[in-house]
Design a protein around this ligand. Structure first.
Ligand code: AMP
Ligand code: MG
Length: 334
């Protein structure tokens, strides 16, 4: 099992020293827990990929503490970079920018661009300061499994493979960062709690949705060869079968021993129509989109640990933060 460090001064200094020396440390952020390593240390970054079983063609996000650190990693001259960083950093937004030479190719999967984020989580900021180097950190889960939103989730699925986890409590956002490719025509590569509408309001131009890096590779059979069949489509996936149903609809359940997850609490008359033995859950009392995002991965993990034959999940409304929730749910269900 991994050792769990906390937010005291000694532990933060220790996490910083370990990271600077090239060790892996799982860290809390406001999105999900990350598995961090010194971004300038190629061997350390390689160890992230082996601990997660992540294919080397899937590039990592580099986390920074300061504007100076961003400039060490990337070309920040595009005017949209400043607009987005001023509006949303520190926070759950990742910006894809032209990379500088000193960023090792393993971090960016050989791409000429690097994904950079300045996280807001106070403990993560202290860890970054203590480490004194930018930290490459993907989600701290085995590749393809549900992302972790507590230190215990990390312990449960990676505890045998990594030495250290810093416990910073449950993540406030609960889904991974929004990713934007910064260019004259900016593109949304992954939806998150910062929505397309939020981005467009700041930039004053439309932000088109584009396939993510791996999905694009999967379209290209040769480049996609590193991806085992099904590795890609199935992401954020629990072991139990997940089926989705439309927002506001009623699930068609034929089998026994199922779980049903609603976006909001339902009244007893509705629940009484479900087959006997069906167990019901909801992601938020009143269907609050931010609360749904915060709780969805934790509930998927919890249900995965119980003996349901399958789980039926109601989709979120397809707007605002609901877009990010539905993105993760549709991958979990694939
Ligand atoms: P994770 O940290 O596990 O949430 O995954 C990070 C994701 O960021 C990757 O799977 C990519 O989709 C995306 N990403 C990272 N670097 C780049 C890049 N240079 N260009 C495009 N997408 C990137
Ligand atoms: Mg991930």
């Amino acid at each position: 099992m991994a050792e769990i460090l906390t937010a005291n001064e000694t532990d933060i200094a220790r996490a910083g020293t370990l990271l600077r020396a090239g060790e892996l440390v799982a860290v809390p952020t406001e999105t999900v827990y990350g598995l961090a390593a010194n971004a300038f240390c190629e061997i350390a970054v390689r160890n992230i990929f082996s601990a997660k079983g992540r294919p080397f063609i899937d590039p990592l996000i580099v986390h920074v503490h300061s504007a100076e650190q961003v400039a060490e990693l990337a070309d920040v001259s595009h005017p949209f970079f400043k607009k987005l960083a001023d509006a949303f950093w520190p926070g759950p937004l990742t910006l894809v920018l032209p990379k500088k030479d000193r960023v090792p190719a393993i971090v960016t999967a050989g791409e000429p661009t690097v994904a950079v984020r300045m996280p807001a989580h106070p403990l993560m900021r202290e860890i970054l300061r203590a480490a004194g180097v930018p930290l490459a950190a993907p989600s701290a889960n085995p590749f393809g499994y549900v992302s972790p939103t507590t230190a215990q989730h990390v312990q449960d699925s990676l505890g045998e493979r990594i030495p250290t986890i810093v416990d910073g409590g449950a993540c406030a956002c609960g889904v991974e960062s929004t990713i934007v490719f910064v260019a004259d025509e900016p593109r949304l590569l992954r939806p998150g709690v910062i929505t397309r509408e939020n981005l467009e309001a700041v930039l004053g131009v439309p932000v088109a949705t584009e396939k993510g890096h791996l999905e694009k590779l999967a379209d290209d059979a040769t480049a996609g060869a590193q991806l085992a069949p099904g590795m890609l489509k199935k992401h954020y996936s629990p072991r139990i079968p997940v089926k989705l149903f439309a927002h506001g609809a009623f699930p068609q359940i034929e089998c026994a021993g199922c779980a049903v997850v609603f976006q909001a609490r339902k009244n007893p008359e509705i629940l009484a129509k479900l087959p006997a033995g069906t167990q019901c859950f909801w992601l938020s009392e009143d269907g609050d989109a931010a609360e749904v995002a915060r709780t969805v991965f934790a509930l998927l993990r919890r249900l995965d640990g119980e003996n349901f034959s399958s789980v039926f999940i109601e989709k979120a409304p397809d707007s605002g933060i609901g877009v990010a929730v539905n993105d993760r749910l549709s991958r979990a269900a694939n």
